[in-house]
Design a protein around this ligand. Sequence first.
Ligand code: HEC
Length: 193
Amino acid sequence: MMSLHRNKVIVVYVVMAAILIAAIPCVTVFASDENAEMIAVGERLVHNMDCNVCHTPKVFTPSGPKPDISRLLSGYAADEKLPPVPEGQIGPHGWGGLYNNSLTAWVGPWGVSYGSNLTPDHETGIGSWTEEIFVEAMRTGRHVGSARPFLPPMPTYSRLTDEELHAMYVYLRSIKPLKNAVPKALPRAQAVK
Ligand code: HEC
């Protein structure tokens, strides 16, 4: 009697284990589907909010500059040489600013700012940023989430929801990490006369 009961218990365990093992692939597929969906939402947001305009170098086509997908969101190309800023042109009675052909370097009354590398490269991109740092940076408009305020023309995106910022972060983690050390912004005194 005793051993019959034990056998039943073993059978129940075996059946439970089989169910669990069978469920594992479903859970994995489900999780990766969810992730793919989140990446797609993030990509749409990043695309629609024009992050590529200032953070992706361009290729030049007969119909004008287009984002260079092979360097997606890798920022101002560190090996690009900018021409000198013409003296006396930028100011309250002159021009408001200048930008390079890729729209990744911007000169204005603040000095020179460069579209940063948003790829997950650890040394030169935002690979070491936690989601909290990304959310703080986007919401408060501060470098690495808490340092100096962003320079123009980086917009402040203070009205994005937690879900939207999460999707954007997940998408940015999913793109190809590209090594490109964007230079530090230059203060006006060093760049604009
Ligand atoms: C009009 C140009 C422009 C657009 C559009 C733009 N950026 Fe920027 N972004 C910049 C510039 C220039 C900087 C560097 C600012 C500085 O040095 O303070 C910057 C900086 C950043 C930083 C800060 C990096 C750091 O080191 O702290 C993040 C993050 C960022 N941008 C994300 C985005 C995302 C995401 C989008 C789209 C939702 C976007 N940007 C759209 C121009 C732009």
